[in-house]
Write a protein that binds this ligand. Structure first.
Ligand code: ADP
Length: 527
């Protein structure tokens, strides 16, 4: 074998055959080691004390494709990747100056031009006298490992990026229970850094609300014991001291052998959601109560309407009877009356008439509320209707020294309407105009016909209505609180009923008013 090795090594055979036996032995031994070095599966190298490469084994040449001439000295650096060459040369020279062992990683160019990662390790050589001789070293292919490391790093970076960009607080716990990672959101929320936590694992308790701590610890310990995922809701302390509701979830990560290698946890802020749910719940309860109260009120209202209707019916008959008998007395059916008796009976007659009017109003309202009013619509000339109503009111206006004026654009304004009921609506509004206007002033009625409707406006120069009250006056039994109103008789039912009638005609009733200056009611009825 040695012979073969010597034959392979050209430098050994160049030395000549007259050498002394000692030298031949030495050559033999060198050839032996050279052959061994050349046949090891890794690349090996030797440098001299000046740092120049004096030997590279066959693997180097066959991998790089370099010749001895190209590689020896510092030529080997030519096949080190340009991005790694400077660093590698520096590390090597540095070690060479200090005669210490070193190892460095670089990409080495193969003869096909591709690069692979290598680990180059060198050991300083000393002779028997301890004098420094250079280095001996090896170059191992670590490309696979490097690749794997890179993948690992990338996947770790991906995980970190994911964990750091999540809107939840993420953390990991070692199998021994020590927390070893928290994402920045956790730190931002709690104001506690991972460093502080690693130093003092107890500070974890500090961020859980004292009232929730026992439950949370129990859930966590159970999961830890049984190696099962866990979920718990608790209040978590924010850096400013405020506690917010969170859901914490823990999942064990099993290794290849089935044991837990890591616990991964996420904590989500559910405070607003929880409060919204609580508010919704409260609202639901309130709504249910209100619905119940509304139903009770509706029932009461109906009972009241029924009572009014019944009572009015019962009241009307005797009241009408009283009217008849007073009328008969006044007409002298029971003999001659003295003047004083006449005055008393006339007063009784007026009071009785007012009573009957109120009962009639109540009955009308009860009928409309019960949905018992059906309109009998006919083409009606509103000009004629208005003139009739004005005639009926003429004496009332005369007594009060008021003027009742009519403004017309045409002689006839026809529209489908229940004439009797619209007459009563106008009657009521004109009556009000007179009632709530001081003596001596005027009330003007105007009629106009438009493309889709007709409008009747009754304007007075009376006490007026506050803007805030214009809706109120159409409510049942609504009378405004002014002394001028209190001094005038009324039931507060006229406008309520009038609006209902106009609504049944699909019309509108509106009011414009200036307190102290007068009021204008406009009724519009569709064609
Ligand atoms: P009332 O029988 O009290 O007149 P109404 O329903 O007809 O009942 O009117 C309701 C309230 O509206 C009146 O009590 C009064 O306060 C107010 N009102 C109605 N018409 C006028 C008006 N022309 N000017 C001022 N206030 C009015």
């Amino acid at each position: 074998m040695r012979k073969t090795a010597a034959a392979h090594d050209s430098s050994a055979s160049d030395e000549g055959s007259e050498r002394p036996r000692q030298a031949v032995k030495l050559d033999d031994s060198e050839a032996y080691y050279r052959q061994m070095a050349d046949n090891t599966p890794v690349m090996t190298w030797i440098t001299d004390a000046d740092g120049k490469c004096v030997y590279l084994n066959k693997q180097w040449y066959s991998y790089t494709g370099q010749s001895k001439k190209q590689a020896l000295g510092i030529g080997w650096l030519d096949v080190v990747h340009p991005d790694d060459a400077q660093r590698s040369g520096r590390i090597f020279l540095n070690a060479n100056n200090r005669h210490v062992s070193f190892s460095l990683e670089y990409r080495l160019r193969a003869k096909d031009g591709s690069y692979r990662w290598m680990l180059d390790s060198g050991l300083p050589r000393f002779n028997a006298d301890g004098a420094y001789q250079g280095y001996v070293g090896s170059v191992i292919d670590i490309n696979e490992r490097k690749h794997f490391e890179q993948q690992l790093r990338q996947s770790e970076e991906r995980f970190r990026f994911m964990a750091e960009s999540m809107p939840q607080k993420i953390f990991t716990v070692r199998p021994d229970g020590v927390v070893d990672y928290f994402n920045p959101l956790w730190e931002q929320y709690t104001g506690i850094t991972l460093q502080t936590l690693l130093h003092d694992q107890g500070s974890r308790q500090y961020i859980v609300h004292p009232d929730d701590l026992r439950a949370v610890t129990a859930v966590w310990q159970k999961a830890f014991r049984r190696h099962q995922p866990a979920e718990y809701e608790y209040r978590m302390r924010r850096h400013d001291g405020e506690y917010r509701w969170h859901i914490g979830r823990m999942n064990p990560l099993l290794g290849a052998d089935g044991t837990i290698s890591l616990w991964v946890g996420s904590i989500s802020d559910v405070h607003d959601m929880r409060q919204a749910t609580e508010r919704r719940h409260e609202l639901e309860i309130k709504t249910a109560t209100l619905t119940e109260q509304r139903a009770q009120l509706m029932e009461l209202n109906q009972a009241k309407d029924e009572f009014i209707s019944l009572a009015s019916h019962q009241l009307r008959t005797p009241a009408t009877g009283v009217k008849q008998y007073i009328g008969m007395l006044l007409q002298g059916f029971a003999g001659e009356l003295s003047d004083e008796q006449k005055i008393f009976l006339e007063t009784a007659y007026e009071s009785n008439e007012r009573q009957i009017n109120i009962v009639n109003d109540l009955l009308q309202v009860a009928r409309i509320d019960a949905g018992k009013v059906t309109l009998r619509k006919r083409k009606t000339d509103l000009v004629r209707l208005v003139k009739n109503v004005m005639n009926e009111h003429s004496s009332q206006f005369q007594i009060r020294n008021q003027k009742l004026l009519l403004k017309l654009k045409s002689d006839k304004v026809k529209t489908p309407a229940d004439a009797d009921r619209i007459r009563m609506v106008l009657d009521n509004i004109i009556d009000n105009a007179s009632k709530y206007t001081p003596n001596g002033r005027s009330v003007t009625i105007s009629l106009s016909e438009r493309q889709h409707d007709v409008a009747i406006t009754i304007s007075d120069e009376g006490i007026g209505i506050d803007a805030a009250d214009t809706e109120k006056i159409f409510q049942k039994f609504s009378r405004l609180e002014s002394p001028q109103v209190k001094g005038v008789e009324g039931s507060g039912l006229g406008l309520y009923w009038a609006k209902k009638i106009v609504d049944l005609h699909n019309g509108r009733i509106s009011v414009r008013s200036k307190p102290g200056r007068g009021t204008a009611f406009t009724i519009t009825l569709p064609h």
